[in-house]
Unconditional design. Structure first.
Length: 268
């Protein structure tokens, strides 16, 4: 593969209990995109039986009940230890990747161009701590979208600056929490609309944190997730009722830096 179609930064997938489905792994394999997949020790052999063992990284912990944060931070440290400026971090339930051209979505079958193009663009700036790809189901054909939007939540498919002072924490809504803390630092986020990830709906794929953390989506799971986020950020998060459940609402315009300035800055 020619250099212009390889990623500059390593791609990590965090996965648990999904060696049979392995959606993101299959998608990247089909595109010919290199990656690592980080798994817990008790599942290492299962993943190595279906994925090249050179791609499988064994985490130093298991069944801790703390959510995905420890695995996410471990991948971050792995990237730093190997001298990279940024790293990609992806959930393990992304079935496909897409690009948008002239208001039409096209599935990407081969190559790393969408990732390398994102890297090249984000690297123009010094204060973009988080970037990522928008979900495909938020973009429809025949509608005029910008190529990216600034200072919003990044979820499921991240390009992370390794020098970002904030790290993963919390048991629920880790991605929303990290995005808010980055903005409160006066740093920027950048969500790509020109490139998309086809993530499957949370809770529809067996494995992951569905049992260990979310208790198979018991009735109060949505409430507990939203309450934790509100406790972390009572200044910008409120609880709302949607689709018969309690959800969180984040007022992005209300986010302020430590010195009281508006947090949604321009990239520099």
């Amino acid at each position: 593969m020619s250099e212009e179609f390889t990623t500059r930064y390593p791609i990590y997938i965090i996965s648990k209990g999904r060696h049979e489905s392995r959606y993101t792994s299959r998608a990247l394999e089909g595109m010919g995109v290199p990656y690592y997949i980080a798994v817990e020790p008790q599942e290492y052999d299962d993943y190595c039986s279906v994925i090249d063992p050179k791609k499988v990284l064994k985490l130093p912990f298991s069944n801790h009940g703390k959510g995905s944060g420890p695995a996410r931070n471990w991948c971050w440290e792995h990237s730093q230890a190997n001298g990279f400026k940024r790293h990609w971090l992806m959930d393990d339930n992304i079935a496909e990747f897409w690009r948008v051209h002239k208001n039409k979505r096209y599935r990407v079958d081969k190559g790393s161009a969408i990732f390398r193009s994102t890297e090249d663009f984000v690297d123009r700036f010094e204060n973009v701590a988080l970037a990522g790809l928008q979900y495909k189901f938020f973009v429809v054909d025949d509608y005029d979208y910008p190529p990216y939007i600034l200072n919003t939540r990044i979820m499921s498919c991240f390009l992370i600056d390794n020098d970002c002072p904030e790290k993963w924490r919390g048991k629920f809504n880790e991605d929303v929490d990290l995005s808010i803390r980055v903005l409160k630092r006066g740093l920027c986020t950048m969500l790509m609309y020109g490139f998309l990830c086809g993530k499957l709906r949370t809770g529809t794929v067996k494995g992951g944190n569905t049992t260990e953390v979310y208790n198979n989506y018991e009735e109060d799971a949505s409430l507990r997730k939203s309450q934790m986020l509100k406790e972390m950020h009572p200044d910008v998060v409120t609880l709302v009722e949607r689709y018969g459940r309690t959800h969180h609402h984040v007022d992005l315009d209300a986010i302020k830096t430590a010195d009281g300035q508006p947090a949604r800055q321009n990239p520099l």
